[in-house]
Design a protein around this ligand. Structure first.
Ligand SMILES: [Zn+2]
Length: 74
């Protein structure tokens, strides 16, 4: 049986990853527009989706580090 492939952000500097419940395409989208999304999110009363929140937190904590999008448990 094919296993479900889970994608996430991985920091090579810290050897840490985060695996939000979303697709690789959306992870890439968020990473490319991090500043814009963060700006928009700050004006949203209800906040953003949890995967987005999780992703933004990780991107913030590891800003300037060597980040990549990869599969989990590769
Ligand atoms: Zn890091």
């Amino acid at each position: 049986m094919p296993r479900t492939v889970v994608y996430g952000y991985y920091c090579e500097d810290c050897a840490e990853g985060v695996w939000p419940a979303t697709t690789r395409m959306e992870l890439k989208w968020l990473r490319d527009r991090e500043r814009l999304v963060r700006e928009v999110a700050s004006h949203l009363a209800g906040g953003v989706d949890s995967w987005m929140e999780e992703g933004l937190t990780f991107l913030y904590e590891h800003s300037g580090h060597s980040l990549m999008i990869r599969e989990r448990n590769r």
